[in-house]
Ligand binder design. Structure first.
Ligand SMILES: *Cc1c(COP(=O)(O)O)cnc(C)c1O
Length: 378
């Protein structure tokens, strides 16, 4: 039997350093937990696993007994859609705070479901003007919910969750947060940030595998969804909450192996703690930022707005994104494209189990790739 050889120059046999914003390099403990014995999702062992993970995600968001989590099979967007399409009643209206691709996505999700939506757009990479949020809420009493992306992964901007949460609470509206790329690495607290609906996923800063994502919310809010007619069958958050909380069984099949790995990843995240993980990520990001700045590259955002896990960078002159990506990939490093039309930029994430040596290796590989493509004006 012959197997096709790996592409020339590729290191697919060895470790690839993932510098895309999820899925991430996981720890060996997390990988080992994947090999769960075959299991039925309605047996007690599977249910115990589900309840463990539900409890740990609540703890991770700073929640307590008054909160509950709902686990869904699927990517972060699946659960975002489940949440948004389940929480806004027929006569409700969502205000979307939009300063990038993922903010824009929130309005695209609700528009599919015919949910009334107002969009407060600030532009990509522009900080949210909190007084504008305040004004929008004061001027439009029909707004019942506010949607905010915590870490806007399209630019690397960390939005001012705490200030915005306070404004939303003062106006008595309900806050839904896309914390998909922040949970685990950026400070977030359900009570202090006045979050009603917090959406997260396993495979970004929580350092698990893709396949499961979740919502954490006050139990009371989840129970209150009984009064909101469902817009979908399989993404009906209330159905999932009742099944997981009261029936003691998931409504549909959950990815148990991925969840077993996530259980271990949550143990590691809780043991490390968000502030230490934040410090670990920040130190790696600083190495990347310093290294690229020394090489004359411009970073996307002012330092004060940057999240700890992602850096937007201008492409070197004379190099296309494809040349950079493919050159780095051949060296074992995966970087990410921009999501902004026409922007000469790329993104480098440092989520997951990366080391200082990985960053040193990345910068050396970067130099070799740039040297192979001598551009004009350099
Ligand atoms: C990655 C990401 C998503 C989408 O997550 P998927 O798991 O790819 O569906 C949504 N929002 C933010 C902020 C993200 O970073």
């Amino acid at each position: 039997m012959s197997s096709s050889p790996a592409p020339a120059g590729s290191r697919l046999q060895g470790r690839v350093v993932l510098m895309n914003p999820g899925p991430v390099n996981v720890s060996e403990e997390v990988r080992a937990a994947l090999s769960l014995p075959d299991l039925c999702h309605r047996e007690p062992e599977a249910l115990a696993l589900m309840q463990r993970i539900r409890r740990k995600t609540v703890l991770l968001c700073g929640g307590d007994e008054s909160h509950a989590a709902v686990m869904l099979a699927g990517s972060g967007t699946t659960t975002l859609e489940a949440a948004l399409s389940s929480i806004v009643p027929r006569d409700g209206r969502l205000l979307v705070i939009d300063n990038g691709h993922y903010g824009e996505r929130l309005s695209r999700i609700v528009s599919v479901h015919g949910i009334s939506c107002a969009r407060l757009e600030f532009g990509w990479g522009r900080p949210v003007d909190v007084t504008a949020v305040d004004r929008a809420l004061a001027e439009d009493p029909s707004i019942t919910h506010v949607g905010l992306v915590h870490h806007e992964t399209s630019t690397g901007m960390l939005n001012q969750l705490r200030e915005i949460g306070a404004v939303v609470a003062r106006h008595g509206r309900s806050l839904a947060v896309d914390a998909i790329s922040s949970l685990g690495a950026e400070e977030l607290d359900l009570a202090a940030d006045h979050i009603d609906w917090c959406v997260g996923t396993a495979n970004k800063c929580l350092e698990g595998f893709p396949g499961v994502s979740f919502v954490v919310a006050p139990r009371e809010r989840l129970a209150g969804l009984a009064d909101v007619p469902a817009r979908t069958f399989s993404l009906d958050l209330h159905r999932h909450f009742v099944a997981q909380e009261h029936d003691g069984a998931p409504a549909f099949t959950l990815p148990l192996q991925v969840m077993a790995a996530f259980d271990t990843a949550l143990d590691l995240a809780l043991r490390e703690g968000t502030s230490r993980r934040h410090a670990r990520y920040t130190a790696l990001a600083e190495r990347i930022r310093t290294g690229l700045t020394e090489r004359g590259l411009a970073l996307r955002l002012p330092a004060a707005h940057r999240a700890s896990s992602l850096t937007g960078v201008a492409l070197p002159d004379g190099l296309t994104y494809e040349e950079l990506h493919d050159g780095l990939k051949a060296e074992g490093f995966v970087v990410y494209s921009t999501q902004e039309n026409g922007a000469r930029e790329f993104r480098i994430a440092n989520m997951g189990q990366l080391t200082e040596e990985d960053i040193t290796g990345f910068l050396a590989a970067f130099d070799r790739v740039v040297d192979k493509h001598p551009g004009e004006g350099r």
